[in-house]
Design a protein around this ligand. Structure first.
Ligand code: C5P
Length: 210
C-alpha cells in the first residue's frame, strides 16, 4: 500500500466521523466514511419501494459516486435502512473491494463498524471510539439541529437513544461482520472528552504506532 491505514470503528454517534475526518486532515491521508456506502444502498432500496430487509445486493453492486453525494443520507429512516441492508452478507461482500481500493494508492483513514476486524484486519492503527447511549443521543440531537431548551427536547432525545440502541444491537448482533472491538484496537471512551481531546489522544496513539 502507498501509505498507512487507520481504522476508526465504533457505534453510531460516538464521534468517529468527526475524529476520522480530523485525523485524515492532520495526517494528510484520504478519508472514507464507510457508513455512507450502506446509507446509500439503504436509500436506493427505499427509493425502489423495497423493504430494506429484503435482498439489496443489486443496489450495492451498482452504487455510483453520485449516490454518496445525496443530501438525504443522514436522516434516521435512512440510518435504519442502512443497518438492515448492512446485515446482508451479499451487500457487505459487494462493498469490500471499493473500501480496500480506496486505501490502495496513499493509505487512508476509514470509519465504520468492521474496518479493523473485516475490511483491514492488518490496519496500521485501529481505534474503537465509544460513548454511553445517552451521550450519543444528545450529540446526535444537537447535530440534527435540535434545541436543548425546547419543550419536546427530552422526548426527542429519548427517542433518539432508543433508535441508537436498536441499531447498536442489530449491528453488534448480526452474523456477518458484526461491530466488535478488534483484539488489537485502542478503545477511546469519549463521554468526558471534547472532540479536540479525542483528536489529541488519537494522534498520540497513531504517532506511537507509525
Ligand atoms: O456510521 P453510520 O451510522 O453512518 O452507519 C450506518 C449503518 O451502516 C450502521 O448502523 C451499520 O449498520 C452500517 N455500517 C456497517 N459497516 C460499516 C459502516 C456502517 O455495517 N463499516
Amino acid at each position: 500500500r502507498g501509505g498507512p491505514v487507520i481504522a476508526v470503528d465504533g457505534p453510531a454517534a460516538a464521534g468517529k466521523g468527526t475524529l476520522a475526518r480530523k485525523l485524515a486532515e492532520a495526517l494528510h491521508l484520504p478519508y472514507l466514511d464507510t457508513g455512507l456506502l450502506y446509507r446509500a444502498v439503504g436509500r436506493l432500496a427505499l427509493d425502489a419501494g423495497q423493504d430494506p430487509a429484503s435482498p439489496a445486493q443489486e443496489f450495492a453492486s451498482r452504487l455510483l459516486p453520485a449516490d454518496l453525494e445525496r443530501p438525504d443520507l443522514r436522516i434516521p429512516v435512512v440510518a435504519q435502512a442502512a443497518s438492515k441492508v448492512a446485515a446482508q452478507p451479499e451487500v457487505r461482500a459487494a462493498l469490500v473491494e471499493t473500501q480496500r481500493r480506496f486505501a490502495q494508492a496513499k493509505g487512508a483513514v476509514l470509519d465504520g463498524r468492521d474496518i479493523g476486524t473485516a475490511i483491514f484486519p492488518d490496519a496500521d492503527v485501529k481505534l474503537f471510539i465509544t460513548a454511553s447511549p445517552s451521550t450519543r443521543a444528545l450529540r446526535r440531537f444537537l447535530q440534527l439541529g435540535g434545541d436543548r431548551n425546547a419543550p419536546d427536547a427530552p422526548t426527542r432525545i429519548a427517542e433518539l437513544e432508543d433508535s441508537l440502541r436498536a441499531r447498536d444491537d442489530a449491528d453488534a448482533g448480526r452474523a456477518s461482520a458484526p461491530m466488535l472491538v478488534a483484539d488489537d484496537a485502542y478503545v477511546i471512551e469519549t463521554d468526558m472528552l471534547e472532540a479536540d481531546a479525542v483528536l489529541a489522544k488519537a494522534l498520540q496513539i497513531v504517532r506511537e504506532r507509525l
